[in-house]
Design a protein around this ligand. Structure first.
Ligand code: SF4
Length: 460
């Protein structure tokens, strides 16, 4: 078991091949952490192998977002501990949010796990493995950013994390418990990483943070995201720069004007509102009201024309009755977001909302989720239909999973990894990473069909 003061279990093992097998779970932020670990390991002579059975060292980067994610993480560690018993693996490492929250319990429950790293200790992984393997400490400078070879994403796009942790007190969220308060990366480090990505041919960078709009506040600056975006636009050399996760009260006029002016910054904003009813927002310890949210949406759309807005809502939060849910439905009808993620409230141990009065039965949470999702799907299809006949730039991702005869791509208004749907290019010659003009010929609820301009159209 992991002791209170000694948070890692170390033993001496001679590595034969220094091979590492990795399972990375959870959100893009976790993937970015995994990439940084891989980068450091590569620099120390370790090789990441796709076949877990071939690895001497096994690493699971866990997620603790909701119950299902926690179960998936524990299952992955248990599965890999079996590899350790039966295969050539000698050492099992757990990292990420779940390990950060429950390290001591996990150490007791899964004794096969040799090392448990919180998100703030992950950068020490390579150093610890060297120590475990009896490798003399080196004076090699630590890489400040991952090499493109270490990316988990396709070579034409990447996530870049600008800060870690969160200072907000949302009562349903376990992220501050797992990742602590916000720590922003210095702008020079971020720009160096983006410059490196540009030199490797990356076409799209998605900037991520728990709260992107609070970037730099911990460094004593308040409008730092705007300043960072201006520099990325000027110096970054990336055609598409996307912003994921803004906080409603921190979307400043200055940020919106920068988004409008900066050519590479896409007119796309993911701004999780979670709810709009004032009473529910108060219980969530989040700011705002219906009027505030309406003014916010109006202000964004007036300042950045044609902006694509994505948001998320939590339904069935404690205290949400029919009236509060109705307020949310009416707001969604009014706001007509382009993309919406709807979550049913999930009671997270250790968060203040776990014990709030007025818990909503599971059946009602699920039926509200279904109702809101169905409204959002109708709106999304109507909005997609308005794109029919338009010619838009499409970033080609590769062959579609639906058919080898069709390419898959995304317009600016679609974030990577399928969260906003895809463009099926029925007739096209683009390669992954190419940005080609396509005519949208058909809209579905989430996906679009298109033809690449200048390429013969397929037979009817
Ligand atoms: S702003 Fe987001 S990450 Fe931060 S506490 Fe709230 S929900 Fe969690």
């Amino acid at each position: 078991m992991f002791g209170a003061s000694e948070r890692v279990m170390k033993k001496t093992i001679r590595w034969q091949e220094k091979t590492v097998g990795i399972v990375s779970l959870g959100c893009p932020k976790n993937a970015a952490d995994t990439e940084r670990m891989i980068s450091d390991l590569s620099g120390r002579g370790y090789t990441v192998v796709p076949d877990l059975e071939e690895a001497e060292i096994l690493l699971v980067n866990t997620c603790s977002f909701v119950t299902d994610a926690r179960k998936e993480s524990v299952d992955a560690i248990l599965e890999l501990s079996r590899y350790k018993e039966e295969g050539k693996a000698k050492y099992l490492v757990g990292a990420g949010c779940l390990v950060s929250r429950y390290r001591d319990q996990m150490g007791a429950l899964i004794p096969e796990m040799d090392l448990a790293l919180t998100t703030f200790e992950e950068e020490r992984l390579g150093e610890i493995l060297d120590e475990v393997g009896g490798i003399a400490p080196s004076n090699r400078p630590r890489l400040a950013f991952p090499l493109a070879e270490s990316r988990l994403t396709p070579s034409h796009r990447a996530y870049v994390k600008v800060s870690e942790g969160c200072d907000h007190p949302c009562t349903f969220c376990s992220i501050p418990l797992a990742r602590g308060g916000q720590v922003s990366r210095p702008p020079e480090e971020i720009l160096a990483e983006i410059g490196h990505l540009s030199s490797r041919g990356v076409k799209e960078v998605t900037l991520i943070a728990q709260d992107l709009t609070r970037y730099g506040h911990d460094l004593g600056r308040t409008d730092d995201l705007s300043a960072l975006l201006e520099r990325i636009d000027r110096e970054g050399g990336i055609p598409w720069v996307r912003l994921l996760y803004a906080y409603p009260t921190l979307v400043t006029d200055s940020l919106l004007k920068t988004m409008r002016a900066a050519k590479s910054v896409l007119p796309y904003l993911d701004i999780p509102l979670q709810h709009v009813d004032e009473k529910i927002l108060g219980a969530m310890k989040r700011p705002g009201s219906v009027d505030f949210m309406k003014r916010l949406v109006d202000r964004i759309r007036q300042t950045v024309p044609d902006i694509v807005l994505r948001t998320t809502f939590i339904v069935g939060f404690p205290g949400e009755g029919e009236a509060e849910f109705e307020t949310l439905l009416r707001f969604v009808e009014w706001a007509r977001f382009d993309h919406v993620g709807v979550f049913a409230f999930s009671r997270e141990e250790g968060t203040p909302s776990y014990n709030l009065p007025g818990q909503v039965p599971h059946r009602i949470r699920m039926s509200r989720r279904k109702e809101l999702m169905s409204l959002c799907a109708t709106i999304a299809q109507e909005k997609n239909r308005s794109l029919e006949g338009k010619t838009l730039p499409v970033l080609i991702e590769g062959l579609s999973e639906q058919s080898d005869l069709v390419l898959s791509g995304r317009i600016m208004g679609m974030a990577p990894d399928g969260i906003d749907g895809e463009v099926l290019v029925l007739s096209g010659q683009g390669r992954p990473g190419d940005i080609v003009n396509c005519r949208i010929v058909k809209a579905h609820a989430y996906d679009l069909e298109a033809w690449e301009i200048g390429v013969p159209e397929p037979p009817a």
